[in-house]
Structure formats: structure tokens, C-alpha cells
Design a protein around this ligand. Structure first.
Ligand SMILES: Cc1cc2nc3c(=O)[nH]c(=O)nc-3n(C[C@H](O)[C@H](O)[C@H](O)COP(=O)(O)O)c2cc1C
Length: 379
């Protein structure tokens, strides 16, 4: 087999890609009334034109029980399909593939909830303080169907695959975590029971969309919880093995939460910070492993691809700052990504690089960043 190279075409997670540098899911925050907007299309057109091999969308909501606000895309009924189709076509026009990230926000919502906020168990959210109402068993059955229905709408619209968001303290991750899942039914109490929901979601999507429709997942290698009670490395490896046995096509390795010792989006002093987890995973399972987190340098990417079983890398903030970064590197300009990992791109008006804002918007965003720091919200 040829050595893996960043810019060679490849098949990763059941999808043929033109290169191995992907955009990791990055919530756009610019949907209009939960529909695909011109801003979303413009962002993804630029990324696709800029050479990115595959784009994982920012999370989209699959469930009517999710309280995410109007700036998040929902895939909860067939009316979304036309907008999704334009989104997929916009990206495909430049030879780039597109995978949609499926999510349920549970208590990680930063606007006033429209209705009841659901979660595994009534454990207060460390950032928002919201105490969720536990899903009943029947509601969980409906939720599993909602994931499958959402995936089927995306497939119908032409998406190349879906990615279950199993990381960063959102619902699937909370079910996996003994700190947040204190249930005593078949969805909690033991590691097997905590894994039940995500395995049911995977099976339901494959059953609805066909075994050959690629289903990926983003997982935390560890939650890095301060009290050691969260999802950890051993749980990550056990779950990954079980997902592999049940047909998952790719596992993207991330880590951290908004409240743990580390956030998923760390500062500039951290580079390739989930490499150990991803490398270990690539030796343990026979599915594609994708690494995300602090990748800023092409030589590092090539070394990772060349010396480990990792199949591809995914970038978020660097591509917010420079959507054409992949083309820049391909053209031979090998300077590091310009992103300084300031996290000023977490913008309530929509994801934008801090350095691309007007002076007025920069002043507003500085106040937001100060507030997020005061709330203890780690970004
Ligand atoms: C503005 C912003 C929005 C993000 N939205 C998501 C998201 O919707 N889903 C997700 O899994 N990760 C999300 N992330 C995390 C990134 O995908 C990525 O895991 C993290 O930023 C580390 O990669 P990086 O160092 O290349 O930025 C987001 C990150 C940023 C900066």
C-alpha cells in the first residue's frame, strides 16, 4: 500500500476524498429559522473552493426535544431537504465531500429554552446550571428514530455521510459519562448500559439508510473531568471497539468539555493534542481514525499520516481564519496556519474569525469573551 500523504486521493470512512485534510465540525450559528442560510452556503463554498477534502458540518439538530435556537440547522422534518440539497451541491461543485454532524444539545444551550430540557439524568449542567428532565424509555426510542430520520433526510439531500456527535458534553457524550448518567434502567448503571443509546442510534441509522451509507462518530478520548468521574480512555477504547463491530465507518478523536480540565479547543501552546488517543485507537480498531485538535503545520500532518494508522486530520479554527489553507499548503506555501487559537471565533452573532471582524464588532466580541471567562465557560 502506498504511504499515506495529505494531498493524495483516498478512501476514508467509506467516502472517496481528494485529500486527507478535512474541516472538523464547526457550528456556524448563522441558520435562519433553523434553515440553511446564504451565510452557511457562503462559508462552505469558500471552504470547498479552498481545497478542503471533506467538510463535516457544524452540528445540526435531529430532535424536536432539542432546544437549540433558530441559528442552528434542524433536520427534524422533510421541509429541510431542499435547503440541505443546495448545501450538498454547493460543496460538491468543488469536488469536496460533505458529512453532516448529528446532535442533541441537551443542557448545553446558551439561549432561553423553548420547552423542557432533556438529558440522561437530573444532574445540573456545570456551565448553564440547567437541570435536565430525564428522558423516559419511550422518549429514548423516539429519539433513536429521530436520529435515523434526520440521517435519511440528509442522505436524500445528497450528503455523503453523517457523523454522530458523541463528544464535548452533548447528549450522546452525557449518556456515556457516569458523572451525568445516573440512570438505573437499561440505559445506565453499567458501561454496557451507558453505551446502549449510541449503539441503538448507529444501528437505526444503518437500518434506515442502508449499510453502505457512511456513519461516523466524533468521540472524546477522555472528558478530562476534574473529579475523574467522566468518560475516560478505557471507556473510549471499549466503546470504539463495539462501534467498530457494529459497523461504524470512521471515528474522529477529540476530547474535553466546556467545563473539564481541558476544552476541545485549546490554546496555541497545545498542538496535535489528541494524537496519543488517536494513535492508540488506530492500532485497536479496523475503521478509519481521524485526528482533530491543534493541527497547524503541514509537516506535522504528514508525519502523523506517514507514521501512524491515522487516516486523516480535521481542522476547525485554522479554517475559520483561512478557509483556503489547504490550497495554500498545496501551492507550496508551507507557513503554519495563521490561527492563534484565541477562541475569539466563538461568536454569538455567528462563527467568524476575530481577526476578520470590524473594529466595532471586535470590541463587542471582546466583551463576550470576557463574559464567557467569567461564566467559567471554557472554550
Ligand atoms: C467556533 C467553533 C465551533 C465549533 N463547533 C463544533 C461543533 O458544532 N461540533 C463539534 O464536534 N465541534 C465543534 N467545535 C470543535 C472543533 O471541531 C474542534 O474539535 C476543536 O476546535 C479543535 O480543533 P482545532 O484546534 O483545529 O480548532 C467547534 C469549534 C469552534 C472554534
Amino acid at each position: 500500500m502506498d504511504a499515506k500523504k495529505a494531498f493524495n486521493p483516498a478512501r476514508v470512512g467509506g467516502i472517496d476524498v481528494k485529500n486527507r485534510i478535512f474541516r472538523s465540525a464547526t457550528h456556524e450559528g448563522t441558520a435562519r429559522d433553523n434553515k440553511v442560510s446564504d451565510d452557511i452556503l457562503a462559508m462552505h463554498r469558500e471552504l470547498a473552493q479552498g481545497g478542503t477534502g471533506l467538510i463535516i458540518t457544524g452540528y445540526v439538530c435531529v430532535s424536536k426535544t432539542d432546544n437549540a435556537g433558530p441559528t442552528t440547522v434542524t433536520v427534524t422534518d422533510d421541509a429541510c431537504i431542499d435547503g440541505l440539497r443546495i448545501w450538498a451541491e454547493t460543496v460538491h461543485a468543488h469536488g469536496t465531500k460533505i458529512v453532516a454532524q448529528l446532535n442533541h444539545s441537551t443542557t448545553q444551550i446558551f439561549s432561553r429554552p423553548k420547552g423542557t430540557v432533556f438529558g440522561p439524568s437530573p444532574v445540573p449542567d456545570p456551565v448553564t446550571g440547567i437541570v435536565p428532565e430525564p428522558f423516559t424509555g419511550k422518549q429514548l426510542n423516539e429519539l433513536v428514530s429521530e436520529f435515523a430520520d434526520g440521517a435519511f433526510r440528509l442522505k436524500t439531500a445528497g450528503f455523503d455521510g453523517v457523523q454522530i456527535h458523541g463528544a464535548h458534553g452533548y447528549l450522546v457524550n452525557r449518556f456515556l459519562s457516569p458523572a451525568f448518567n445516573t440512570r438505573d434502567d437499561e440505559y445506565g448503571g453499567s458501561p454496557e448500559n451507558r453505551r446502549r443509546l449510541v449503539l441503538e442510534i448507529l444501528t437505526a441509522i444503518k437500518t434506515r439508510c442502508g449499510m453502505d451509507f457512511p456513519v461516523w462518530i466524533k468521540l472524546n478520548g477522555s472528558d478530562f473531568s476534574r473529579d475523574g468521574k467522566g468518560f475516560d480512555r478505557e471507556m473510549f477504547l471499549d466503546l470504539s471497539r463495539e462501534l467498530a463491530e457494529n459497523g461504524i465507518d470512521a471515528i474522529e478523536v477529540s476530547g474535553g468539555t466546556l467545563f473539564g480540565e481541558h476544552s476541545p479547543s485549546r490554546s496555541k501552546s497545545h498542538t496535535a493534542y489528541h494524537l496519543d488517543f488517536a494513535k492508540e485507537l488506530s492500532e485497536a480498531v479496523d475503521v478509519s481514525v481521524v485526528l482533530v485538535g491543534g493541527l497547524r503545520n503541514l509537516a506535522t500532518v504528514e508525519t502523523i499520516l506517514g507514521e501512524t494508522g491515522i487516516q486523516a486530520v480535521a481542522l476547525s479554527r485554522s479554517l475559520i481564519r483561512e478557509p483556503t489553507l489547504v490550497n495554500r499548503w498545496m501551492s507550496g506555501d508551507l507557513r503554519d496556519a495563521e490561527c492563534v487559537s484565541c477562541n475569539g471565533c466563538f461568536n454569538p452573532k455567528g462563527t467568524r474569525c476575530f481577526f476578520h471582524l470590524s473594529e466595532e464588532d471586535k470590541a463587542f466580541q471582546k466583551r463576550v469573551m470576557k463574559l464567557m471567562g467569567a461564566m467559567g465557560k471554557k472554550t
